[in-house]
Design a protein around this ligand. Structure first.
Ligand code: ADP
Length: 369
């Protein structure tokens, strides 16, 4: 099969890396000529936001998918009209691309997500403090999100279409990855805890399985069931969740694609999120997602103050550790905060896992030479 992926970053790279054990032809589209997928697939340099570029790229493929949601949806709709399979559906990508539509989708489908007001201009803001402002489009990795706590803070409001959302008193940030087939069959991975780096606002650690009680598990199961029903689309989706201090689960947002919170599935589960998306794209039986014990992931992120040719300090020491797996994304240049790779770790207990992750974090640094 000819499979085309919009985006040529690390998510696509790890998908192709996993799927090369099967027989398919892989095509990727990315504006950066040295994108992580450029050397391992039939690569087209171009914009996935441009209608003609996306349409031309998709023509002649058996299935087109994404590894980033900020793509030209009109071109995907046209490709679908021409009989090309697009996974996930352009409609669900469009809903997720715009925070306002995404929040309305949760509301319409009785999926618990924090209360909100949708605004076009800051002058319309009329929402109880404290709240979080999220830009309707263009937000990524915590950019385009700000907390408004006091009346004074209101001056900081961005004058762009946004969602104003209640501030959740967060106990834990969680994620669940769900795969949905064309026939509507679905399967989830175990719930993962995401622990963020407060400085970079980027995901730092994953811990799987999450330490949550049965009640939280049940709330999450109901959310995934409702989501699978409402999405009306095959695909692999990462639903980011908050567990608040009273034990209630809220949906933060959904990514209609592979996700950083699922990287530890590469060695931590019977099959990875990458294998699972492959199964969905090919309409094959879904893979076993069971966990093989406690697993975790540490992002390798470009250190502050270092830009240029990347150097991974301490990596040889990490490679000596048992049940520790290094994944690099083929990026030659580091920048502060840039995701360059990750390290997966398996352990027999949660405490063991936390200790190992902490130890590895102090051993390795992403700097420039
Ligand atoms: P992005 O898509 O840019 O990652 P998110 O919507 O996930 O943005 O927000 C980034 C971070 O901001 C979240 O991981 C969380 O820590 C915080 N955050 C977002 N929404 C809320 C909220 N309603 N209440 C409290 N914290 C929030």
């Amino acid at each position: 099969m000819k499979i085309g992926i919009l985006g040529g970053g690390q998510l696509g790279r790890m998908l192709i890396q996993e799927a090369l054990k099967y027989d398919d032809e892989w095509f990727t589209l990315d504006p950066a000529k040295d994108a992580p997928c450029s050397g391992i697939s039939n690569f087209t340099e171009g914009s996935f936001n441009d209608y003609d570029t996306v349409f031309d790229f998709g023509k002649g493929k058996d299935v087109v998918s994404i590894e980033i949601e900020h793509v030209n949806v009109d071109a995907l709709m046209e490709l679908e009209e021409c009989g090309i399979k697009v996974i996930p559906s352009p409609q669900i990508i469009q809903t997720i691309q715009q925070k306002i539509l995404q929040k309305k989708f949760y509301l319409a489908n009785d999926i618990p997500s924090p209360d909100f007001q949708a605004i076009q201009h800051k002058s319309e803001a009329d929402f109880p403090l404290p709240f979080v402002q999220k830009m309707n489009t263009g937000g990524y990795d915590g950019k385009g999100v700000q907390v408004i706590k006091t009346a004074e803070d209101l001056q900081k409001l961005w004058d762009v279409p946004s969602v104003l959302e209640s501030l959740v008193d967060i106990d834990k940030e969680l994620s669940i990855i769900i795969a949905i087939t064309e026939n509507g069959e679905s399967r989830t991975f175990p719930v993962t805890e995401m622990i963020a780096d407060p400085k970079l606002n980027l995901l730092d650690f994953n811990i799987c399985p999450a330490e949550i009680d049965e009640d939280a598990e049940n709330q999450i199961r109901k959310i995934t069931e409702k989501f699978a029903e409402a999405a009306q689309s095959p695909g692999l989706f990462a639903i980011e969740l908050f567990l608040d201090k009273k034990g209630k689960i809220w949906v933060n947002e959904t990514a209609p694609r592979l996700h950083n919170s699922g990287h530890q599935t590469q060695e931590g589960n019977a099959n990875s999120q990458f294998e699972q998306l492959y199964r969905v794209l090919k309409n094959l039986p879904l893979a076993d997602t069971g966990s093989l014990g406690f697993s975790g992931m540490l992002n390798l992120v470009g250190e502050e103050h270092f830009s240029g040719k990347v150097k991974y300090e301490g990596l040889n020491e990490v490679l000596k550790l048992p049940r520790t797996y290094v994944h690099l994304y083929g990026k030659t240049e580091t920048k502060p905060g840039r995701k360059m790779g990750h390290i997966n770790v398996l352990a027999d207990s949660r405490q063991d896992l936390m200790e190992k992750l902490g130890q590895i974090k102090s051993m390795v640094k992403v700097i420039s030479s």
